[in-house]
Design a protein around this ligand. Structure first.
Ligand code: NAD
Length: 247
C-alpha cells in the first residue's frame, strides 16, 4: 500500500523543517524526490541525507515566488507529485503584528510565498499531469488559514486560506483527469530556528496532544494523499495538528 515507486515528486522549501521530513517519507515509499529550496546548501544536505539512506533525491534551487524560475525548473520534468511546502522562513521570516499596527509593506510577502508560490508551481505542472492522467497536488497550509488567531498573522492567514481555496478549485476543474488537489492544515510545529526550551514547552502545553508536530507527523499524511489509493480524495483540507483545531 502507498507504494510511490516510479513517481517523481517535488517538495518546495524542503531544505529544512517540515518539508525535509516530508521529502524523506516520500523517498522511503520509493519516489524520486526533487528537494527544492532557496538555499542550495540546505537542499543539498537534505538530498544527500535521503541518498545516504538509500533513497533517490536531487537538490533543485528556485524561488517559488518567481514564475519564470519555477517554469524553467519544472516544466519539462514530468512531475507526478508536488508538495507546496515553502512558507515564510529564513530571510523572509514574517514579523507578527496586529494588522492595525502593520505597515502595508508587510502584507505582500506572506501572500506571495504562501499563495502565489502555489499558483506558480501548479501552473508549471498541471497541464502535463492532466495529459499523463495522473497528478497529486498537496499544499501545506495552516490552522491560520482556517480559523482566526490572536497572534498577528492576518496576511499569512489570508495567504494560507487563499491556497486552500485555490486547491479546491483546481481539484474540481481537474477531478476527471486523474489529478487530485488537497491541502493539509498544520497546527503548531517544531521550528528549526526556535531553540528556547521554555517557549517550546509553553507552546506544546496548548496542543491537546501536548507536543509540537514534526515532519514525521505530516509525512505519512502526504504519502497517503500522494498515493494511487487516495485517487478519490480531492478538494479536501486534512487537519494535522495534535487536536488544536477541530472542524
Ligand atoms: N512551523 C509551524 O509551526 C507551521 C505551522 C503551520 C504551518 N506551517 C507551514 O509549514 C511549512 C513549512 O514550515 P517550516 O516551519 O518547516 O518552515 P522553515 O522556515 O523551517 O523552512 C522553510 C524552508 O522553505 C524555504 N523557502 C522559503 N521561501 C522560499 C521560496 N520562496 N522558494 C523556495 N524555498 C523557500 C526556506 O529557505 C526554508 O528552508 C510552511 O508552509 C509553513 O507556513 C508551519
Amino acid at each position: 500500500m502507498f507504494d510511490l515507486s516510479g513517481r517523481l515528486a517535488l517538495v518546495t522549501g524542503a531544505g529544512q523543517g517540515i518539508g525535509a521530513g516530508v521529502a524523506a517519507h516520500l523517498a522511503d515509499q520509493g519516489a524520486r524526490v526533487l528537494v527544492n529550496d532557496l538555499a542550495l546548501d540546505r537542499a543539498e544536505r537534505v538530498a544527500s541525507s535521503i541518498e545516504t539512506k538509500g533513497g533517490d533525491a536531487e537538490p533543485l534551487v528556485f524561488d517559488v515566488t518567481d514564475l519564470a524560475e519555477v517554469v524553467e525548473a519544472l516544466a519539462s520534468r514530468g512531475l507526478d507529485i508536488v508538495v507546496n511546502n515553502a512558507g515564510n522562513a529564513g530571510a523572509r521570516m514574517m514579523q507578527p503584528a496586529p494588522f492595525r499596527e502593520m505597515d502595508p509593506a508587510q502584507w505582500a510577502p506572506p501572500i506571495d510565498v504562501n499563495l502565489h508560490g502555489v499558483m506558480n508551481t501548479t501552473h508549471a505542472v498541471l497541464a502535463g499531469m492532466c495529459e499523463r492522467g495522473f497528478g497529486r497536488l498537496i499544499t501545506v497550509s495552516s490552522g491560520a488559514g482556517v480559523v482566526g488567531l490572536p497572534i498577528g498573522v492576518a496576511p499569512y492567514g489570508a495567504g494560507k486560506a487563499g491556497a486552500i481555496s485555490f486547491m479546491r478549485h483546481i481539484a474540481i476543474e481537474n477531478a476527471a483527469l486523474g489529478v487530485t488537489a488537497n491541502s493539509v492544515a498544520l497546527g503548531l510545529m517544531a521550528m528549526t530556528e526556535v531553540h528556547d526550551e521554555a517557549l517550546v514547552a509553553k507552546l506544546a502545553s496548548t496542543v491537546p496532544c501536548r507536543r509540537l508536530g514534526t515532519g514525521d507527523d505530516l509525512g505519512p499524511a502526504v504519502v497517503w494523499l500522494a498515493s494511487h489509493e487516495a485517487s478519490w480524495v480531492t478538494g479536501q483540507t486534512i487537519h494535522v495538528n495534535g487536536g488544536s483545531v477541530t472542524t
